[in-house]
Design a protein around this ligand. Structure first.
Ligand code: ZN
Length: 146
């Protein structure tokens, strides 16, 4: 599979100049994620309002796919309830494993569905799923704290 068919304009845009890549002063949760296979390294910051993700941002470095996937994910989950965000994480992970049973689920991922073809590039899968696993971990740890 040709890498260029995955590096869509959307991915390039999000990886180069993401508005979601910024400092957040008043984050409630901070979670670090690392993909040693590629050197991707992100810190996800979330601000919660009760059971809603009020704001999200990230810091870090890595390949275009890891950075774009993080940025696109943040666009998707901002303003969502924690429960909904976790459902979207599962849909995304299933998409990358090519295990989507219900095609209408893909629509729920909006722009993140553009990363679908990464399922055909085993070497890049960990780059694409890094932020989604990090989000899941962040929300899980938060639930355990309550
Ligand atoms: Zn990577």
């Amino acid at each position: 599979m040709d890498l260029n068919s995955v590096y869509t304009e959307l991915i390039m845009e999000h990886s180069k100049n993401s508005p979601n890549k910024r400092e957040m002063d008043d984050a409630d949760i901070e979670e670090h994620g690392h993909n040693p296979n590629c050197g991707d390294d992100i810190t996800l910051e979330l601000k919660l309002d009760d059971d809603m993700i009020e704001d999200a941002a990230f810091k870090g470095s890595g390949c275009a796919i890891s950075q774009a996937s993080t940025s696109i994910m943040i666009d998707l989950i901002k303003g969502k309830k924690i429960e909904e965000a976790l459902e979207l994480v599962e849909i995304f992970l299933n998409m990358i494993k090519k295990e989507i049973d219900n095609p209408s689920d893909l629509k729920k991922l909006k722009d993140a569905a553009a990363l679908k073809n990464i399922a055909n590039m085993p070497a890049r899968v960990k780059c694409a799923v890094l932020s989604w696993h990090t989000l899941k971990e962040a929300l899980k740890n938060n639930a355990e704290r309550d």
